[in-house]
Ligand binder design. Structure first.
Ligand SMILES: [Zn+2]
Length: 98
């Protein structure tokens, strides 16, 4: 389903699929260090990476150094912990038709 309305395109760092940015959750490298996950409607400053709100994409991104590479940082264990907490909130059956 190609949407008629235009929106900025972003790449999911989990599956590398390109889609409109509203379909993604944005992870931001905060200026004071650490990672933040943007809530809907929020606009955090800092370098960001995009992920579908799907467990597969988050699990892939949490494997290896994907997030660190995308954000050009080395996430510490608290950062990873925060991301895993978000992953736990994603319903298992969030297989949305893209
Ligand atoms: Zn994805």
């Amino acid at each position: 389903m190609a949407a008629a309305r235009r929106e900025p395109q972003r790449t999911c760092i989990g599956c590398r699929e390109v889609a409109g940015k509203r379909q993604f959750v944005r992870i931001v490298r905060a200026a004071e260090g650490g990672l933040a996950i943007e809530s809907r409607g929020e606009r955090l400053a800092g370098r960001g990476a995009y992920l579908h709100n799907s467990r597969i994409c988050w699990e892939r991104a949490l494997e290896g150094a994907t997030i660190g590479r995308a954000l050009r940082m080395s996430p510490n264990s608290a950062d990873i912990e925060g991301l895993r907490r978000h992953l736990d909130t994603i319903p298992v059956s969030s297989a949305e038709e893209a």
